[in-house]
Every structure is written in C-alpha cells, then in structure tokens.
Design a protein around this ligand. Sequence first.
Ligand code: 5GP
Ligand code: SF4
Ligand code: MG
Length: 460
Amino acid sequence: MNCVDCSIGQYKLREHCGVFGIAGSRHAALHAFRGLYALQHRGQEGAGIVSTDGKSLYEHKNLGLVNEVFKDKRIFEKLKGTFAIGHNRYSTAGETNYINVQPITINFKMGVISAVHNGNLTNAIQLKKGMEEDGSIFQTTSDTEVILHLLARAPSNELYLMIIDALKKINGAYSLLFLSPESLIAVRDPRGFRPLNIGKLGEAYIFASESCAFDILGAEYIRQLEPGELVVVDRNLNLQSFSPFPPRENRICIFEFIYFSRPDSTIFNTSVDKVRRSFGRQLAREHPASADIVISVPDSSNTAAVGYGQETGIPYDHGLIRNHYIGRTFIMPEQDIRDADVLIKYNPVREVLKGKRVVVVDDSIVRGTTSRKLVRMIRQGGAREVHFRVASPQIKYPCFYGIDTPTSQELIASQKTVEEIRAYLDADSLGYLSKEGMLSVKELPSVQYCTACFDGAYPV
Ligand code: 5GP
Ligand code: SF4
Ligand code: MG
C-alpha cells in the first residue's frame, strides 16, 4: 500500500499540527501566542492567531516559527478581544506555502468564521472535486477549507448545527477549533485520532492539543475532549457539550505516545512520560543487551531510553548532545562533508562513549538514514559496540491521518527485514518493540488504538 491515492491533485496530506484556543481572557491573543510557543514541536512551518472582540475577527499569520511570526509585539494590539484561536502548521518539505497557513477565515451567510485543524481528512479530495464541479472556488489546498465550504452550504441557521452537518460528511482525523464573533467551538472526530484537551485559567476556558500549553500559562488541565464531542463556549462563558455523532470504535493515534507529543504533556487523559518510559521498559524485556551504557537520541527518545536503563540496570548516560539552535534554513555550503545534516544536529561525547558497549535507544526508525549516520557517529565517538533499540514496532505503512510518514518505498521496514536493517545501520544488534508488547503496557489507557503505520489496518 502506498500513498499515491492520497497525493493526487494539489493536496498536501499527512499534516500534523498544534491547535490552541481560549475563551474569556483579557489577554487572549497573548495567551494564544504562549500556548502555540509550547506546542511548537507540533509544527514549525507556519503559525497564526485569530482573535475576536465579539464584533469582528482579527488575524495575524505567516510562515515561520511562533517567535518569528509574532516578533513585533505591536501585533497583539491589533489582535483585540477576549477570544482567540491559533495554529502551528506542520508540513513536509517542498510544500511551504503561505496560503495554507492557518487559521483559515471565510465570509459566509452567517458572517465570518475562522478555523484551525489538526488532522487529515481521507475524503477531502472527493468532497472538494464535487464542490468545484458545483462552482465553488477554493483559495487554499488545505483540508480545513473543505470543511469551511461544507459548513457554508449547510442548511441550518445555527452555527454549531452547521458545523455538525459539515462534519457528518467528512472522514478521517480532526481536532478542530472554530471561532466566530459569538462563540468558540471545539470538536474531536468520533474515532479520536488526535488529542484535544480542555483547561481553565480563572474564568477562561482553554483548548489545546497538549497540556504543556496549559502549563506555560499556569492554567489547570481539566480533561480531554472525548472522541466525537463538540463543545460550544459562548460570550457569557457558558460551556455546552454535545455528542452529535454516532459512536465509532476509537482509533487513538499511538504515535502521539511514541514520538509526537512532549513527555511533559498529558494527552488522552494520560501522561506521555509514563507511557513512553514503559515502552522503553518493555523494549528492554523484549530485547535486552550486554552493554555498559544506555544513551538516547535527544530529545525524542530520552524518556524511552531512561525506561530501558531502569529495566536493565544499565546506566543511562548522555552520549550524544544535540544543538538546539538550528534554524530551519541552515545551509551547509560544503556539500562534500559526509553526514553533514547529522553533524549539524548531534555531536558525540567521546568521554562517555570511549571503549564502551553502547545501547542506543531511538523512538522510531522511519527511513533509516539518520539512524545509520548516528551509528557511524557513535562508533567514531569511540564506542566498542553499538546495539540499536527502537521503542516502537517497524513502520511499514504510510499514515493517512496526520503524521508525516513517507511512502512505503521510503520506509525502510517495508523494504527490509530486521536483519537487513541491522546490516544497513551497521549496528552490532537491532531490536524493535513488538506491537503486542507496545499495546500490553499497562500505563496505556485501555481504548482502541490506530496502529495502521505498523500493521496497515487502516480504520477509515
Ligand atoms: P530515520 O533514521 O528514520 O531517518 O530517522 C529517525 C528519527 O526520525 C527518529 O529519531 C524520530 O525521532 C524521528 N521521527 C519519527 N517520526 C517522525 C515524523 O513523523 N516526522 C519527523 N520529522 N521525524 C520523525
Ligand atoms: Fe498514528 Fe500511525 Fe495511525 Fe497515523 S497510521 S494515525 S501515525 S498510529
Ligand atoms: Mg528523534
């Protein structure tokens, strides 16, 4: 199975993003800025905020990191009002495009509305095609605009009912926030692929992909939005919850626990740190090693590597140091430097690695190219043996629901056996966490998970 079906037309699929919303704060836009800053890891291509004072919507968005987009603090004087939504956009290379930066705002019969979206619709192309044949003109190539078009055509005259009507036509993953001058509306798809949480700061309600966006504001985590739940917060800060969709079997994205979310976050009402650490422990039980130290590939596998160390009793150490100041446009003029990208990002700590048998734990292997360069780097740093351990199963299938995984041809585990991958990485041994082992971890909430990138069982 490959991604050809998904990449027809001008669609940018597999986007993965962070969303934030706040209702009832005197500093709504500023709080949205801080929330997005905490969610920066979920998307670095572009950022934007739309606010409202109950009369109009005010917007600022651009390509770049949150800090770059909102560098000029006078922007916050323009972003008036006590309600706001914001978005961090994630996109694969080569499709950087201002028109797709969110929030996306439209005018329609009810006035003006803005939306932010984390996820990926699997029937967006058909829906868009149908509407274009009916004469609709699209400004962007994003799924979010498809939702807004459906909404504008809905027969009802009540905004939340129009949203429900639109969402009943779409399939796939969505955690969405809508902002109109009258209300903020949050909704999560009935399968619950992507996280979305409710928090509180004084009187204000906050919505965010991950709870780290509440912590940065000193806000309190309340609960997750349930799969299929829709919440409306009006100007008087009345919160109403609806369950408008027929219940579906859940498909929580297990990859949020493996890689995407921050370990200090709570998502799906569960601590990411706890789950990720247990993945490391389970990996150690399945694939122990005779070694002197355990190291991580900072920062994404730190927590799993700690778990591996705890279970085996092998000391966890810092054998690779990561440079945190790499801009997205770092240019290396000397193209002939071998492994330049990895050298820019990581450096081995020779004092730690010298003469050691090293277990290196990573959260996942996608293409295998980084992993191969890292093994070489760890050896050049003086390691005597390198035992590669992966705190997730083999990624064999692309994701259609919002994570950037390439086509199957590029996924090393869909092309090679574990032994062939070990040889390619030039590691002394290689072990992946099994799917059964991953799902058996008791810290994982007992709901249904999407594991399609491992087993190809696409739920929608
Ligand atoms: P590889 O060896 O496959 O080239 O790279 C593996 C690294 O990619 C891992 O350290 C992992 O943290 C990171 N990774 C895993 N999933 C994703 C993803 O969806 N997007 C990006 N950008 N990186 C990922
Ligand atoms: Fe998450 Fe993988 Fe399912 Fe995509 S295919 S939603 S990354 S579990
Ligand atoms: Mg990594």
